[in-house]
Design a protein around this ligand. Sequence first.
Ligand code: PEP
Length: 271
Amino acid sequence: MPEIGRATRRPLVAANWKMNRGAPQEARELAAAVRRELELRGLDPGRAGRPEVVLCPPFTGLAAAGEALARSGLALGAQDVDPRPAGAFTGAISAGMLRGAGADWVIVGHSERRLIYGEDDATVQRKLAVALEAGLRPILCVGETAEERDAGRTEAVVARQLAAALAGLGAGALERVVVAYEPVWAIGTGRAAQPADAGEVAARIRQLAARWLGAEEEASQLRVLYGGSVKAANAAGFLGHPEIDGALVGGASLEAAEFAAIVAAAAARGG
Ligand code: PEP
């Protein structure tokens, strides 16, 4: 990878609130608290040189969180999107609806969607495509289970998920997609990966994207996050790694000061 890559990849920290703070009032309060903490630390993402920050509440909290983030530089994301644009799909939310609710980002292929809701690689690919078509920026999650890791299949699994998701995209899409490497065994368990191991997978993700899309320069700019039990106490280890461009944070994103400390670790990394 050209050396220029890391220096020009802006760090990004995304909060996945999951099904925890989604009622309008609680989403508004948490978003406002995160905004306040970041402003207090001089980390508001509107400022040049600061990490990008994306908050992903449940659908029902998008509009209220968006109001709390107005003119702040913090961005809003959704946690999922339906792969179809519109129609008789009870309970589903389209990419266009997310745009209308103020989302600029969307998480796609989270392991909880893959494992609990049975989403396969083809579904994740369609979600990524509709998100891009609607002007959303996808955070594509990939990662192996504990069994796959124990069987030495981490790279094969990540490569398969990545290949499927990127199928049909051109090199230009890499500018709009962010990949989150999230080993399933590290999510919500308090058992984070080793930064060196996560960094190795992140580097491999960039190499594979470069090879498949014939786009070495674009892939050198592809941001790869780590996710899985990141908290203030261990964030610097991940965010200081040259191959890791930020974090996707679940549990620790529900506490504004803790989350802001993770953003501070990303700011210290530079970019
Ligand atoms: C996640 O769900 O994407 C995640 C990383 O969760 P946690 O930080 O709680 O492990």
